[in-house]
Design a protein around this ligand. Structure first.
Ligand SMILES: Cc1cc2nc3c(=O)[nH]c(=O)nc-3n(C[C@H](O)[C@H](O)[C@H](O)COP(=O)(O)OP(=O)(O)OC[C@H]3O[C@@H](n4cnc5c(N)ncnc54)[C@H](O)[C@@H]3O)c2cc1C
Length: 442
């Protein structure tokens, strides 16, 4: 089971018609909905399970500029501006705190990479610092291990994944959003090449515009419309502790382990060095596109051939109007985690911060990260189908960037001046000859 998410009640009436339907009640769908209803648009948000039950509640909660792909920097700057005022705008607690993010540096090559990133980021008015080994230890005096320095951004922060999307959706409902949970979208109906209606398990909703923000399911949703999205999934493991008398101040990553303080007094502990990629038919199909990203991440990624291969082959079929779909069969993606990984994370934590050895673990869970070959999202119209949009593929860092991504998606749907240049995020980059490359700075 994932962590407990603040519950939100659905709207009472099931709509049969609206301006915009959003598929997916993760933080991206929710942020898009909020931005649209704030501009007076009628929106229905459809979620097969409950708001934020998949990636959006299972993540680390980091709102990070540090080490981002350069193409995302304008969008994360916009997002951080929105996060700064989020609690006040919503009138609710999202857990956002600007507490800084630090990455420990172990090697000279990593140090040089951080140095280059800082120089690039400065052009976007992002002022991160290179810390010496002793400056790093000023942040974390108990730190052990051979760190030659750190990459630090004081203006970065964190929020609570189990609170943020629910708080945003409640605000959107005050502006008139119609939210339907336990309402799977089976397919999207087209007439003469344009969106006409969304077909759900509870009936059709007529509309001219649809945003697909289905996280790890978006590939399948689009496949049903003959649109190819090269999207795969990576399993990541997280644990939280009971309240502890320790606050690192910053969110901190040391490669083998990462941690942050939670609003409930515990710590969220995780590691990006222990991810698992299940081999599926899609991983075979898209392997040439993903090869450069895989090469960069190969030491942190374990490939596994197991149950998921058969499950996806047999059960992950695009939905059709009059049959129960896989979206109804799997209300919430609940990946199995390996207890050995949880144990390794605890040991890694004890090694870098000895006072935290043997922490009381309250819960551990897995989340399936949806990734694209260049590890930046698609926020885009779908050229093949008029009125269809997609916001997905946030590749493990969509929580922090969600407020800006939602605003940008809303701009595109409404045809208004985009808040940031959407060109890097267009879906057609995978087919228009652009050289697809992932940037790795951390
Ligand atoms: C372990 C882990 C750690 C992470 N750490 C961070 C971090 O520290 N910082 C950060 O910025 N990001 C982080 N991320 C990434 C971040 O969580 C995601 O990028 C973000 O939550 C994606 O949001 P989403 O709305 O696109 O997808 P999701 O949250 O997955 O939501 C998609 C929703 O669509 C629904 N849906 C799908 N198909 C249908 C359908 N047919 N009908 C109706 N509903 C449907 C699903 O049920 C789901 O609720 C992490 C992710 C994980 C898993």
């Amino acid at each position: 089971m994932g962590p407990g998410v603040d519950a939100v009640a659905s709207s009472d009436n099931f709509p049969t018609e609206t301006d915009v339907v959003i598929v997916g009640g993760g933080i991206i769908g929710v942020a898009t909905a909020l931005s649209l209803v704030q501009r007076g648009i009628r929106v229905v948000l459809l979620e097969k399970g409950t708001v934020a039950a998949e990636q959006s509640s299972r993540n680390w909660g980091w709102c990070r500029r540090t080490g981002r792909d350069l193409r995302e920097l304008p969008l994360i700057n916009l997002s951080m501006q929105l996060w700064e005022n989020m609690n006040a705008t919503l009138g609710r607690e999202t857990g956002f705190r600007r507490n800084g993010i630090v990455y420990g540096t172990r090697t000279e090559a990593q140090y040089a990479r951080h140095q280059r990133w800082i120089a690039e980021a400065k052009q976007h008015d992002i002022h991160s610092e290179l810390l010496s080994s002793s400056q790093l230890r000023e942040h974390l005096p108990q730190l052990q291990g051979e760190f030659i320095g750190g990459l630090f951004t004081a203006l970065d922060g964190r929020a609570e994944p189990q609170k943020a999307a629910p708080a945003m959706v409640l605000k959107a409902m005050e502006h008139g959003l119609n939210l339907q949970q336990h309402c799977a979208v089976r397919t999207i109906e087209r007439t003469n090449g344009r969106v006409n209606a969304v077909i759900t398990e509870h009936g059709a909703i007529r509309c001219q515009q649809v945003v697909t923000a289905g996280g790890a399911w978006t590939r399948l949703l689009l496949q049903g419309l003959d649109v190819t999205l090269p999207q795969l999934k990576v399993l990541s493991t997280v644990l939280r502790t009971r309240p502890v008398d320790f606050d690192p101040g910053v969110c901190a990553s040391f490669g083998s382990v990462a941690l942050r303080k939670r609003l409930d007094g515990g710590l969220t502990v995780a590691s990006s060095a222990t991810n698992t990629a299940d081999i599926t038919t899609d991983s075979l199909r898209f392997s040439p596109l993903f090869m450069p990203a895989y090469w960069v991440e190969r030491q942190a990624l374990k490939l596994r051939l197991g149950k998921r291969f058969v499950d996806e082959l047999v059960n992950w079929r695009p939905g059709v109007e009059d049959k129960r779909s896989v979206y109804e069969a799997v209300r919430v993606l609940e990946p199995q985690i390996d207890p050995a990984i949880v144990q390794r994370m605890r040991e890694a934590l004890g090694k870098v911060l000895p006072p935290l050895a043997n922490l009381p673990v309250a819960q551990s869970w897995g989340g399936l990260i949806d990734t694209l070959p260049d590890a930046i999202p698609v926020i885009s119209a779908v050229d093949e189908v008029k009125g269809l949009y997609v916001a997905t593929g946030f590749s493990g860092h969509g929580f922090g960037i969600a407020p800006g991504a939602g605003q940008l998606m809303a701009d595109l749907v409404l045809g208004s001046t985009p808040s940031v240049d959407p060109h890097p995020f267009r879906l057609s980059r995978f087919s228009d000859g652009e050289r697809i490359r992932a940037q790795h700075w951390l």
